[in-house]
Design a protein. Structure first.
Length: 276
């Protein structure tokens, strides 16, 4: 039953893709997240700050300060390798076959020579990784982001990306199809370690935003939208909304100025005396 429900979820999502029309320049206003429930989101954001200040932040800093950097790097590489099948599936769904072949090769090399992904051998040999998720796939086919949503402990998202995360976890993540004792807790542990690692890496940036932004809520919302837009366009978002300039004929004569070439200079006043 578990497998059937996961396949049904994936098929319904693919049906949504079939109804969408691919476009070359989707969601050029991605950074401008619609936020119709801002009042609720602000309260959730404030609750998250309390949790982060008392739990997530201290845990992430303890992890960063007590776990050597090479070990953290291996953990990060191992977790990224577990996500490669999700990236591969979304590469295929978006028709990016070259990127899909790179992802497949990375997964095979790092899972074998790299000891399950503990060492990113592929990147060391020029085959750097990337991330794709079903939220990006929906955006690729023109599905709008929907309302902005802030979820404590998970962070900023939107309706499209939240649905995409569910599809990735249920239909593209190999862990969803592996049944072993304690698989639920293994998933929880994986997500927890990944969250702590991400929070530790972003600690300085988060503190800077919280201490310098006039409105941290708006700052985080904007940063999330900009980051997702870069990811949707594979790191090369289009430059739009540039001002339009009139075309200039290079052979056209320059307009004559109505001002005289040598305007008369005002004479200096002679009746100025210093005040006593």
């Amino acid at each position: 039953m578990k497998l059937k429900s996961q396949i049904a979820t994936l098929c319904s999502s693919l049906g949504l893709l079939a109804c969408a029309t691919p476009q070359a320049d989707p969601l050029t206003s991605q950074a401008l997240q619609p936020d119709p429930i801002e009042g609720v989101n602000r309260k959730l954001f404030a609750a998250h700050q309390v949790i982060d200040k008392n739990a997530f932040g201290p845990t992430a800093r303890a992890y960063r300060d007590n776990v050597p950097a090479p070990v953290r790097g291996s953990i990060r590489s191992f977790l990224a390798n577990l996500r490669e099948p999700i990236t591969f599936g979304n590469d295929i769904l978006q028709g990016k076959l070259t990127r899909a072949s790179d992802t497949f090769l990375r997964f095979m090399v790092n899972s074998t020579v790299g000891l399950g992904g503990l060492f990113d051998i592929a990147a060391n040999n020029g085959l750097r990784g990337h991330r794709e998720d079903f939220g990006q796939t929906l955006a690729f086919y023109g599905v709008p982001p929907g309302p902005y949503i802030f979820i404590p402990a998970l962070g900023p998202t939107n309706l499209r990306d939240l649905i995409g995360r569910g599809v990735d976890n249920a239909g593209l993540d190999p862990f969803a199809f592996v049944n072993f004792g304690g698989d639920f807790f293994a998933n929880i542990g994986r997500n927890a370690v990944e969250g702590i690692d991400v929070r530790a890496e972003a600690d300085v940036a988060i503190d800077n935003v919280l201490s310098t932004a006039v409105d941290p809520y708006v700052a985080f919302r904007s940063l999330y939208g900009q980051n997702r837009r870069r990811e949707i366009f594979d790191g090369n978002p289009p430059i739009d909304d540039l001002p339009e300039f009139d075309e200039v004929d290079p052979e056209a004569p320059e307009p004559e100025s109505s001002a005289p070439e040598n305007p008369p200079q005002p004479s200096a006043p002679t009746n100025l005396r210093p005040r006593m």
